[in-house]
Design a protein around this ligand. Structure first.
Ligand SMILES: Cc1cc2nc3c(=O)[nH]c(=O)nc-3n(C[C@H](O)[C@H](O)[C@H](O)COP(=O)(O)OP(=O)(O)OC[C@H]3O[C@@H](n4cnc5c(N)ncnc54)[C@H](O)[C@@H]3O)c2cc1C
Length: 404
């Protein structure tokens, strides 16, 4: 039996597996000796973009029935290394045993992790919402604050990092804190951003809207400010002052999975592998990369994928198609995704929707909230476990033709 192994069951991994299954179904004769295996710690899709929402422990969707419906085999495990020359991955299975799995084609879709620099107290005293268990720990901590004696530190949350994640979480916090501590509690949310502007990676166009939303919830934004130290009672800022807080949240950016280091070739500043137009890793011709592990050109105008669901969902469809097509001798598809948009949740104020790489604001305020609800509740969800429906949804060209 020949194998396509997909590492990771996130957005890119799920759609890689479905798309490979779709291609093999179309080439039944050539592909009947090929199996698709997904290796990941759990057969469920963690909905990372929703980790700023309440009830975060429930933010996951089962994948077992879906994989069974399309004939994808799931292996529970954590990959420790990829050997591109020997064409195998080394992984630790559920029982803690070390073992290997050979492949003919590999799709690396192991995502990203929050970057954690060497900052005093970060590991011991800061919360994060990068992974579901971490976000659930933060949520439980917020609820536990109600049992603590009232103090400025109890009523204050410091969010470090004024990017996409930091803004979305900060916008939720005043209302969440008041619900926990009492409507009259003097709650305080401080958002620290090291650059001179809020949401530096979001560009100039949506910034006035974001600033208005932050002000509406009384969020204190401190620009050109980070922290030098975090302890159990608060932070010391780079401006030299101290903020008392029992709840410090670190949102300082993401880095590609360490497995990218197993492969030869160039990586970008986020650790992502540069891939060619077919999403192949140059220097490891049997390996494709998708999602947060890949830096791919989206068009001929010089734009590249971001670490986002929007790109992971489509990269996965192309990577799966191309890995399978490569094995059965069918045509590979060049990845392209010219349409780009963002939707940022701004809590009780609403949302902001932008279009294009200059992020021109299309809609802002309560009216934009429906778009965010659609993205979070429908667009990023896996298809139902119905073979024909799931395979049809995995068609890379249909996805690009529709709004992505
Ligand atoms: C708080 C937060 C908010 C976000 N908000 C948005 C948003 O609003 N819009 C947006 O587009 N994007 C958002 N993102 C980014 C988005 O979640 C990621 O870009 C997306 O999840 C990338 O998909 P992926 O499949 O590449 O990786 P992931 O979703 O991270 O999936 C990686 C998969 O690989 C598995 N894995 C990891 N290491 C291994 C290993 N060694 N062995 C086996 N399996 C492994 C993981 O368990 C997981 O199944 C947000 C991210 C966070 C953290």
């Amino acid at each position: 039996m020949r194998r396509i192994v997909v590492v990771g069951a996130g957005f890119a991994g799920v759609w890689s597996a479905l798309s490979a299954a779709r291609l093999l179904a179309e080439h039944r004769g050539e592909g009947s000796d090929i199996e698709i295996i997904v290796v990941a710690p759990r057969a469920s899709l963690d909905l990372r973009p929703r980790f700023y929402e309440p009830d975060v422990a429930t933010m996951t969707a089962p994948l077992g029935p879906l994989f069974a419906a399309v004939g994808v085999r799931f292996v529970a495990g954590t990959v420790e290394a990829v050997d591109p020359a020997g064409r195998e991955v080394a992984f630790v299975d559920e029982a803690g045993r070390r073992t290997t799995l050979a492949y003919e084609r590999l799709i690396l879709a192991s995502g990203s992790r929050l970057a954690r620099p060497d900052l005093p107290g970060l590991g011991e005293h800061a919360f994060s919402i990068d992974q579901r268990d971490e976000a659930a720990t933060f949520e439980a901590h917020l609820h536990d604050l109600a049992a603590r004696p009232p103090s400025a530190a109890r009523n204050t949350v410091v969010v470090i990092g004024g990017g996409f994640t930091g803004i979305e979480m900060a916008m939720e916090l005043p209302a969440r804190l008041r619900a926990i501590l009492g409507e009259d509690a003097p709650v305080r949310v401080v958002l620290l951003e090291q650059s001179a502007v809020i949401g530096p990676e979001l560009g100039d166009n949506p910034r006035p809207v974001i600033a208005e939303a932050l002000a509406s919830q009384g969020i204190e934004c401190r620009l050109e400010t980070s922290v030098t130290q975090i302890d159990a009672g608060g932070v010391r800022t780079t401006a030299g002052d101290r903020i008392e807080s029992l709840s410090v949240l670190w949102t300082g950016g993401m880095r590609a999975s360490d497995l990218t280091r197993c492969l030869p070739g160039e990586r970008d500043a986020l650790g992502r592998l540069h891939v060619d137009r077919h999403l192949r890793v140059p220097g490891a011709p049997d390996v494709f990369a998708a999602g947060d592990t890949a830096c791919a050109a989206t068009d001929d105008a010089g734009n590249h994928t971001l670490m986002s669901c929007q790109h992971a969902l489509v990269l996965g469809r192309f990577a799966g198609h191309n890995a399978a097509a490569d094995l059965v001798g069918a045509g590979l598809l060049p990845y392209a995704q010219e349409r780009y948009g963002t939707c940022l949740d701004l809590g009780p104020w609403g949302s902001v929707v932008t279009a294009g790489w200059d992020r021109a604001v299309q809609l802002a305020g309560p009216d934009a909230k429906a778009t965010k609800r659609f993205i979070n509740g429908t667009a990023i969800m896996p298809p139902p476990p119905v073979r024909a429906e799931a395979l049809a949804a995995a068609d890379p060209l249909a996805r690009v033709a529709a709004r992505t």
